[in-house]
Design a protein around this ligand. Structure first.
Ligand code: EPZ
Length: 429
């Protein structure tokens, strides 16, 4: 599938941010640790969530969808701690089942994670933590196998502040015997959300959002009702959309403090950013200026926003440098931007953008989720028509992306083939 679009229209209006995909993946997995019903609200309607819920059903989780953004889960009848279906392999967050099943059943067999190809993405820190909690770890037929006679609290020091490892170890330790300390924990908003969710189910987790998380294990987790936080990265994407298309967008349903690193860079580039309670307004400017950015764990500038910043810098005045410090392979979109006339050079984990102020419409390929979204915004700022291929990546993580962009005035449509593209061009003119 593709998006076809005609660029050059400043995006103007209001957009409401959906629930956070990456928080939802952790929260839903936490939910299956209870033998009672858990209701999760504000779920984003995106492919990764649908795939995860299907994978849950395959191991016996009862899943009800009372409405588009709500799920009711009951993990009382899970009949298998082995999760190795094709659905499991499609998404990276299936590895949260390692922590959840190990915590609940002391045994887990989970296919190695898939997800976006943005670097090597090892899980050694997850496995180190599971071992310290008392699990034997082995690999067989592409699966990680965890087995513990007894799961006990431990003192775990993470070599890097890994989001996935922090969530996975919180899940397992929530039901281990005794106290666990996770040092050098990741502090991303979704870490706090998963901890809050587990606490709402009766867990005892303190310090989430700080470097050190302390967990007192409990014997059981109970039912709960929980509302997912708004998606920091989706919000950031629309903030950048205002800058990139020189538009004016009010982004509703945000947690302002989650946006600080992104707002700071937009202001540094000369955009106007106004915080209005749970909304934020970004007013783009005809001329804005290059800056330098380094991706860092939260509260630093998020790696997931890096490709969007690349598009911003392609349009800015002057030379801007991005240093990607989380993933070693997250600049694949730069070759695609070159097709739109961008003058940028990648040297290892550093990319140098010589802003030109203009982009040319072109046919480009989305290499992953966030880069796909960035290329769409580039197309909306470019002269003439653009086509972004492989939008399955974008659909994994953005709810109704093209619909929300159309509400802001964008000329964009989903296309299957050349006929659809032709029809779009005839309609838009
Ligand atoms: C999460 O990935 C997000 N995914 C990613 O979002 C996001 O880019 C990333 O955090 C960083 O913010 C989900 O939440 C599902 P990490 P995760 O463990 O958990 C290295 C998106 O577009 N590392 O914090 O996989 C790793 O290689 C996605 O929504 C180890 O070396 O990220 C990376 O360099 C893409 N060993 C760094 O740490 C480990 O055991 C951070 O990874 C674990 C991680």
């Amino acid at each position: 599938m593709k998006y076809v679009m005609k660029g050059g229209i400043p995006l103007v209006g209001e957009v409401t941010v959906s629930g956070a995909k990456n928080a939802a993946l952790g929260v839903l997995t936490a939910a299956i640790m209870a033998d009672e019903t858990v209701t999760v609200e504000n779920l984003p309607d995106v492919m990764d969530i649908k795939v995860l819920l299907s994978a849950f059903e395959e191991i016996g989780v009862a899943v009800e969808r009372p409405s588009r953004h709500k799920a009711r889960l009951n993990g009382a009848n899970i009949f298998s701690a082995c999760a190795d279906s094709d659905n499991m392999k499609k998404i990276r967050a299936s590895y949260y089942l390692l922590g959840a099943l190990l915590g609940k059943y002391h045994h887990a067999e989970v296919a190695l994670p898939g997800g976006c190809n943005i670097g090597t993405r090892p899980i050694d820190q997850h496995l180190k933590g599971f071992r310290l909690l008392g699990a034997d770890v082995s690999m067989k037929d592409g699966k990680v196998i965890l087995d513990a006679r007894e799961l006990h609290g431990a003192h775990i020091y993470l070599d890097m502040a890994s989001v996935g490892a922090t969530i996975n170890l919180m899940l397992a330790a929530a039901m281990a015997k005794g106290n666990t300390i996770i040092e050098n924990a990741a502090k991303e908003p979704h870490i706090v959300d998963v901890a809050n969710m587990l606490n709402s189910m009766g867990a005892s987790i303190k310090g989430a959002g700080m470097d050190v998380i302390r967990i007192k294990g409990v014997d059981r987790l109970h039912g709960s009702e929980y509302m997912i936080i708004p998606d920091q990265i989706e919000a950031g994407t629309f903030m950048m959309a205002a800058a990139i298309t020189r538009g004016d967008i009010l982004v509703r349903n945000i947690i302002p403090q989650h946006m600080d690193a992104i707002s700071a860079k937009l202001i540094e580039m000369g955009c106007e950013v106004t915080e209005l309670g749970s909304a934020i307004r970004v007013t783009g400017k005809p001329n804005f200026y290059a800056c330098n950015v380094k991706t860092l764990p939260y509260p630093g500038f998020p790696t997931d926003m890096q490709p969007l910043m690349g598009v911003c810098l392609s349009l800015a005045e002057g030379t801007g440098i991005i240093t990607e410090s989380i993933y070693e392979n997250r600049f694949k979109y730069v070759d695609e931007l070159a097709k739109m006339g961008v003058d940028a050079e990648v040297r290892g984990t550093v990319a140098v953008f010589k802003g030109s102020g203009i982009l040319r419409g072109a046919e480009v390929n989305a290499p992953d989720l966030r880069a796909g979204a960035a290329l769409v915004l580039a197309g909306l700022a470019a002269d003439g028509y653009s086509v972004v291929n492989n939008i399955e990546y974008v659909l994994r993580g953005y709810e109704d992306f093209d619909g929300k962009l159309r509400e802001l005035g964008a000329e964009i449509a989903v296309a299957e083939d050349d006929r659809d593209i032709h029809k779009f061009k005839m309609r838009v003119g």
